[in-house]
Design a binder for this molecule. Structure first.
Ligand code: SF4
Length: 325
């Protein structure tokens, strides 16, 4: 049972103007354009408040892709008496100082006091530093609070042409062939989602049996409620375990086993519970092996979705997380 919630985030949309190699949610331009709707948001905020969460950060995807939708989200949060911790952005929306300031004024009038501006090599593959700096300057000029995520990369990126994006291939030519790997290590990544695909090639692979021996316990990660997210489809996303979800109406009570078989298996027995269940359904280990229990977990979940037409369960999703690029 997920009986209380702390420190949450709202995923207003999964679509993004970037497709970063480290993205836990596999956001990108090809994802669903839908945006957090009013009824869903009120349901989520009221459910969250009942379980103890009274403020959220907003992220995505890129929340600014639907400016009107974003303003409405802020208005509803204020109407519901829910606080905003900060609003994340990759700054791709920046055009010029005047229009950026106008956007910040709209945000401020709806209770937004702090922006989190993504500045890192992953984002710089898609968005020039000049746009990130433009948003920073606009914040400074209007007294809008902001912080840069992550400050440590600024010096590197500032040494390149600020007006264009730069690929990791280009950065590796300058700073060494292991620059991607070093960046990943310093970032403090959660190794799931697209990050897993990106860094799998650099990590040691082991057989499933070895992974199971090393991870005999239930997945406590599913119990954590710090830095959880609610998405636009009305689902609770546990911190770090992307691709698993709980519908908002099912929070706060015992989860029905027919709807959440895999979630409950992982929470009660860990990967050691999910693995034999999958083998019994025809799952076969890939030749490559696995880099972690989460790698094995995601491979199994992908198989279960692919081989279960009209699934009776609702704990694996959103579907685009598994089918998208
Ligand atoms: S094995 Fe699965 S449920 Fe467990 S922590 Fe990893 S992704 Fe989450």
């Amino acid at each position: 049972m997920i009986g209380s919630l702390h420190s949450g985030g709202l995923i207003t949309n999964y679509q993004c103007s970037a497709s970063c190699r480290h993205c836990l949610y596999r956001s990108g331009p090809s994802r669903d354009k839908s945006y957090m709707g009013e009824e869903t948001l009120r349901n989520l905020l009221r459910k969250g408040a009942g379980l103890g969460c009274l403020s959220y950060h907003i992220g995505g995807g890129e929340p600014f892709l639907n400016r009107r939708g974003l303003y409405r989200v802020l208005e509803i949060m204020a109407e519901e008496g829910i606080g905003l911790d900060y609003l994340e952005t990759n700054a791709s929306w920046y055009g010029d100082r005047e229009s950026a300031v106008a956007v910040l004024d709209e945000l401020a009038s709806r209770g937004c006091g702090t922006l989190m501006i993504s500045v890192c090599p992953f984002h710089n593959e898609f968005i020039p530093l000049s746009k990130m700096e433009g948003v920073i300057e606009a914040c400074q000029s209007r007294g809008m609070g902001y912080f840069v995520w992550q400050e440590q990369y600024y010096r590197h990126l500032a040494a390149l042409d600020r007006e264009i994006p730069h690929s990791f291939e280009e950065m590796s030519d300058i700073w060494g062939s292991d620059y991607l790997l070093r960046t990943g290590k310093r970032f403090g990544l959660t190794m799931n989602g697209r990050a897993l695909e990106t860094f799998r090639a650099y990590l040691p692979h082991r057989r499933a049996e070895e992974i199971l021996r090393e991870n005999p316990d239930p997945c406590v990660e599913l119990e954590g409620t710090d830095h959880f997210h609610f998405d636009l489809y009305g689902n609770y996303i546990p911190p770090g375990c992307t691709g698993l979800q709980v519908y908002w109406q099912d929070l706060g009570g015992e989860l029905p086993r027919e709807a959440y078989p895999h979630y409950l298996m992982l929470r009660e027995e860990g990967i050691g519970g999910l693995y034999p269940y999958a083998l019994a359904r025809g799952y076969e280990n890939p030749e490559r092996g696995y880099v972690s229990k989460c790698d094995l977990c995601e491979s199994i979940r992908r198989f279960l979705l692919e081989t279960t037409p009209a699934p009776p369960f609702r704990d694996l999703g959103p579907l685009e997380y598994y089918t998208g690029t």
